[in-house]
Design a protein around this ligand. Sequence first.
Ligand code: FES
Length: 183
Amino acid sequence: MNYVRNTWYVAGWAQDFAIEKPVGMTLLGEPIVIWRGADNVLTALEDRCVHRLAPLSLGRCEGAKLRCMYHGLLYERTGAVCEIPGQEQIPPHARARSYPVREKHSWVWVWMGEAAACDEALIPPAAGCDDPNYGDRTPLLVDIRGLRLRRSATWFFGSGAAKANSPRKSLRRASVRTAPVPR
Ligand code: FES
């Protein structure tokens, strides 16, 4: 499937990412892991260890780093492997793909497109739970939701007049007649 890649995607609520608890998910059909380090900074990497493809989301946070618990490779925030147990030399290509990640409007946003096109200003404006004006807009949202509920409830439980004009009745009237196809 083709996805629009050069845009920000919401990965979850900010509160869903607790400190040192890696979270695995699929975004745009790709496995990614997001974790909040001990310093509260978020990191997003491809959720596949470069060694044997074990999910890094099953790994262990060590400060700002993440360790794969299969054979112990340790990853930096950049996705670079910085430690291989029992081995001095680290291949320069031992690196998981990393993604820009931001926390804004109470959500966590991930950029999965071209690195050169990444721009935090493209995160859509929204009133998150961390917005001091959020409470001012709440009554309006409640009103609109109430209106929708009332309308759907009228249709569902229906007075006589509402039943006469119900979408179900219109659908019945508009049902398509079929005839056998001549051979
Ligand atoms: S699969 Fe991750 S260290 Fe081997």
